[in-house]
Ligand binder design. Structure first.
Ligand code: ADP
Length: 597
């Protein structure tokens, strides 16, 4: 049984299923407690040769009595218990599966709303362990928890009542130690929860590390750092083992202690009960019946001890899941956002200063810039000058101050984020591709049914159709994780094709042609100019040759706009830009000389 802000709702939602399960449990438990009465009849019958019927009539303890009064009811009880157990399992475990599914859906829903900032902070491995290990624990705790609690209470109370009716003092002897056991369980439970939390954290670290190693396997191999990685993995694996051992130690010790405790109580019952038989207070059959009731209580007590352990784990995992579900969505619409007419692509920045959350310097300072709808703009500058930050802000990836960024004259903070992103297409720097077919990757950005011709047209524009056509499966070629079966340049061009499918009024390409040769780059740029006439295109580049044909070039230096104008204007007015142009010319000259040798 697990309670908490994020789980209480399910007790109401699946209350009917849980109540049905509890009803089945009551029926099973009631019948189960009839068994000790049958043991008494058999033991006493064997001793005295007489059997006692339900109405108190004494008859001979013969084959007929055995069949009618013992075997038949016993068979009925067993069948009934089997059916009842099946029913409550379906009810409890079925509702737990639904809880897990719903929680997973809510977690994914929250994850999709969380900003990029969250994913920069949070590691993928940790998120994966929340979705696997922690959810599994909550599932287990929800199902088994209710079952154990209901069974422990029902069976415990009923058996206790029957024992009390037989002999008060003997019952007291058997139950006082149980209360002590409860108290101890509560104390040990806290420590077990802490240990479980540590165990889960160690597991997260391990998953993080494995995930990162697999993603970066090319780098690891290139630098021959396999042994270093192995050593680091071993260390984390050992930590994971240690936390597991620490948890298993305490939980096993607790289980052993409970078993020992229960068995010692049986010794007490046998001792004192034997004395009562000797004194004639009890007969042998009654002692067997009493022990039968006590053994029915053993399971509930064991269950309670397991429940304490299970709850400790469940609460630790639920806390971790709760942290995710309670993570505030930091980039979201303000209350006063309003839908706007379709955006045309006019962008204006007014004294925009931006600092990444938690950073101690501004990445953009006092940026003022105006981009008309339909303009082709190149953004250039040294690494770290703020190019990516500038375009990310247009997509509203981070929060920015009011009155600093306008789209079609509307303050971006007054437009729904979905609207902003609906009118923009983006080619990210890392060119992430899904493990899906090339066709599906290209059509990802567009809505609705798409004809193969449209997909092919986009691929032609980004000059990748020729490469795709050479694959045996063509557009049906499935890309491996992160598109490992295609080259860097092909990845970039598939990403461009994906963005072009959207036909958005604003297209942002972040260093999107860096891995293609200059000939291909020229083709792509020419195609972009032709197909995106009247639409805004912003292209971040490192090579001057990429941006020199643009309507406007923005030259960034240390987070501020150092110059804006055409390539020729910047060459005349901005010495830093001119230097960069000359430097790149020299570089390409020496490269071509090298190639000619
Ligand atoms: P460019 O694209 O020109 O290489 P960026 O826009 O990526 O530059 O980065 C500009 C500055 O902002 C750099 O100093 C960089 O270290 C910093 N920066 C970039 N991303 C983050 C981030 N997520 N958190 C904190 N600082 C960042």
């Amino acid at each position: 049984m697990l309670f908490g802000k994020h789980i209480n709702r399910y007790y109401l939602r699946y209350g009917w299923l849980l109540l049905l399960g509890i009803a089945a449990l009551v029926a099973v438990d009631t019948n189960m407690l009839k068994m000790p009465e049958l043991y008494r009849l058999v033991v006493n019958g064997l001793n005295s040769g007489e059997g006692v019927l339900a109405d108190g009539t004494v008859v001979a303890f013969d084959m007929n009595f055995l069949l009618d009064e013992i075997c038949r009811p016993m068979l009925f009880i067993l069948v009934f218990m089997a059916v009842g157990r099946f029913l409550w399992r379906i009810c409890f475990f079925g509702s737990a599966v639904r809880v897990e599914t719903d929680l997973r859906g809510r977690m994914f829903d929250r994850c999709k709303d969380l900003s990029r900032q969250f994913y920069e902070r949070e590691k993928v491995g940790n998120l994966m362990s929340l979705f696997t290990n922690d959810l599994e624990t909550v599932h287990e705790c929800f199902a088994s928890g209710i079952l154990m609690l209901a069974d422990a209470v029902l069976l415990g109370v009923m058996a206790f009542y029957k024992m009390l009716r037989m002999h008060g003092l003997l019952t007291l002897f058997s139950l006082v130690p149980m209360i002590l056991l409860f108290a101890m369980g509560a104390i040990v439970g806290k420590s077990m929860r802490q240990k479980w939390q540590k165990r889960q954290e160690a597991f997260s670290d391990l998953s993080d590390f494995s995930q990162e190693s697999f993603s970066g396997i090319a780098v690891i191999k290139a630098f021959v750092k396999e042994s270093k990685e192995l050593l680091a993995f071993r260390k984390l694996n050992r930590q994971n083992e240690d936390t597991n051992v620490a948890y298993t130690k305490i939980s096993t010790l607790f289980q052993i202690f409970v078993t020992l405790f229960v068995e010692s109580i049986i010794c007490v019952i046998l001792g004192y009960g034997g004395y009562l038989v000797h004194e004639g207070v009890f007969n042998a059959g009654q002692l067997v019946e009493f022990i039968g009731y006590f053994t029915s209580i053993v399971w509930p007590v064991m269950a309670i001890s397991q429940l304490i352990e299970l709850r400790s784990r469940g609460r630790a995992s639920l806390d971790r899941i709760g942290d995710l579900l309670d993570t505030p969505v930091d980039v979201e619409d303000a209350d006063d956002v309003e839908d706007v007419p379709p955006l045309t692509g006019k962008i204006e920045m007014k004294h925009l200063t931006f600092r990444y959350p938690g950073a101690d310097y501004d990445s953009l300072s006092d940026v003022s810039l105006s981009i008309e709808a339909g303009e082709n703009v190149g953004v250039i500058g040294k690494t770290g000058s703020g190019k990516t930050t500038l375009v990310d802000l247009i997509l509203r990836t981070y929060n920015i101050p009011d009155g600093t960024l306008f789209l079609d004259g509307h303050d971006v903070n007054r437009i729904p984020i979905r609207t902003v992103r609906k009118y923009a297409a983006y080619v990210p720097q890392d060119n992430f591709l899904f493990s899906d077919t090339i066709g599906n990757n290209i059509s990802f950005a567009a809505d609705g049914e798409l004809s193969p011709e449209r997909i092919e047209a986009a691929a032609r524009l980004s000059d990748v159709h020729g490469n795709i056509d050479e694959f045996p499966e063509k557009y049906e070629t499935v890309l491996g994780e992160r598109g490992v079966t295609v080259s860097g340049g092909q990845k970039q061009r598939i990403s461009i094709a994906r963005a072009l499918m959207k036909e958005a009024p604003i297209l942002i390409l972040d260093d999107a042609v860096s891995a293609v040769d200059t000939g291909t780059e020229e083709t792509i740029l020419k195609n972009l100019r032709e197909t995106r006439r009247g639409k805004t295109t912003i292209l971040i580049a490192h090579r001057v040759s990429t941006v020199e044909g643009m309507d406007k070039v923005v030259y960034l230096e240390d987070g501020h706009v150092a110059a804006v104008g055409t390539h020729n204007e910047l060459c005349e007015t901005c010495p830093a830009y001119r230097n960069m142009v000359e430097l790149q010319k020299l570089q390409s000259l020496s490269e071509s000389k090298e190639a000619a040798k």
